[in-house]
Design a protein around this ligand. Structure first.
Ligand code: NI
Length: 397
């Protein structure tokens, strides 16, 4: 290991205790998407104490901060999400959530601690930073259209030449990371559909238009879009996750409300889906004498990791922690609005291994028993610092 990597790793280890304290405070005080008020003020206080400059932001939650090196140069960004989930924590941890029904079950508390740690380490080495490091604390990752867009509108990506993000991964052991070049996560298209029929007596279907039967036909037909209308080499998933309609067993339902989400691994396929979903809903409803009202919401684009940014991560992780510690991240149809930043600058999101069976850190994301091994903080912090510096100085690391 060369001197600079050695320095970074030493500093990351020195900040570890402090990071654990930050992480545990954030874990105990989780807040839902766009409601991250306490989180934001805690981050602001911490970032100020590290001597970072706060950037103006016309948003209720979230934070933009930056650190100017002693020499001028390009700007590199690192991003953490800051929101939690409406899940009641069941881990039994000493520092479990103090907020009823709300939990950092996706590890965003870990991401915040890593990025704060990177800010702490880098703030001590301004003389080695030939440019600016920007820290993006983003609200509402869990809730499309998400917090990335408003942050970008507030200038989060102005002048940024490369961006890095991370997500803890309970399927990867602590001490390893996951990377994947190119498309890694899906485009997300959320939609609501209201099927309007005509109510009536259960025994007189001919006098009514049954919204429940029509909804049943439509739900089946959605899967035929996947199987017969989309190129099978381009993966797609369409799920209706919520259905609401009807009142009593002997009354034909007048209307049914459906909430769904569609996923695709190419933006081209993603653009196809809304018109096909809408056409199917309208046609089936028309055939049955019902009406369909279809609403699409702004979702997330495909997440496309830039190979150059991944190479920087790969090279620096190996320099810090040795070879053989990098696994290939599998393709998934989950979505992540880090994708929005990647539309504006090359960058990559790595998976930070946080699996440790000895302490029970094995449960999947969004589980009420989700836990992350805090030892992962050192690996994430050192990597972000080294990658940020490398992207600023090029090959001199
Ligand atoms: Ni997450």
């Amino acid at each position: 290991m060369d001197a600079l990597h050695n320095h970074i790793l030493g500093a990351a280890r020195r900040w570890f205790r402090k990071q654990v304290a930050w992480r545990r405070y954030l874990h105990q005080h989780p807040e839902l998407s766009f409601g991250e008020f306490k989180t934001t003020s805690y981050l602001r206080k911490t970032v100020r104490s590290l001597g970072l400059e706060l950037m103006p932001l016309k948003m209720d939650t979230g934070l933009l901060a930056q650190l100017k090196g002693d020499r001028s140069g390009p700007t590199v960004a690192m991003r953490t999400d800051i929101d939690a989930l409406p899940i009641a924590e069941r881990t039994g941890l000493r520092y479990r959530s103090k907020v009823e029904g709300c939990m950092h079950a996706c590890g965003h508390d870990m991401h915040m601690a890593v990025v704060l740690g990177a800010a702490a380490v880098l703030s001590e080495m301004r003389d080695k930073i030939p440019g600016t490091v920007r820290f993006i604390f983003q609200p509402a990752e869990e809730s499309p259209p998400g917090g990335a867009l408003p942050l970008i509108e507030n200038g989060a990506m102005d002048g940024v030449s490369m961006i890095f993000g991370l997500h803890v991964d309970p399927s990867v052991p602590t001490g390893k990371i996951g990377l994947r070049d190119g498309v890694t996560m899906a485009s997300v298209i959320d939609f609501d559909i209201v099927i309007q029929g005509r109510g009536g007596h259960a025994a007189r279907p001919h006098d009514a238009v049954d919204a429940i039967v029509t909804a049943g036909e439509f739900i089946q037909a959605l899967q035929t879009i996947v199987a017969r209308e989309i190129d099978p080499v381009s993966p797609v998933a369409i799920t209706i996750g919520r259905i609401e309609g009807g009142g009593a067993r002997n009354v034909i339902a007048e209307s049914v409300k459906l909430k769904g989400t569609a996923r695709a691994l190419s933006d081209k396929t993603a653009r196809e889906l809304p018109k096909r979903i809408k056409r199917t809903a309208k046609a089936i409803c028309r055939a049955r004498g019902a009406k369909a009202e279809v609403t699409f919401f702004l979702g997330y684009p495909v997440l496309d990791n830039h190979p150059t940014a991944n190479e920087i991560l790969r090279k620096n992780f190996s320099a810090l922690f040795g070879r053989g510690k990098i696994v290939q991240t599998p393709l998934v149809l989950g979505g992540e609005d880090f994708a929005r930043y990647l539309q504006l600058a090359p960058g990559a999101m790595f998976r930070l291994g946080c699996r440790n069976p000895k302490i029970g850190a094995v449960q999947p994301w969004h589980s009420s028993n989700f836990m992350a091994d805090e030892k992962a903080l050192v690996y994430g912090t050192a990597l972000l610092c080294a990658a940020a510096l490398d992207s600023l100085v090029g090959d001199s690391l």
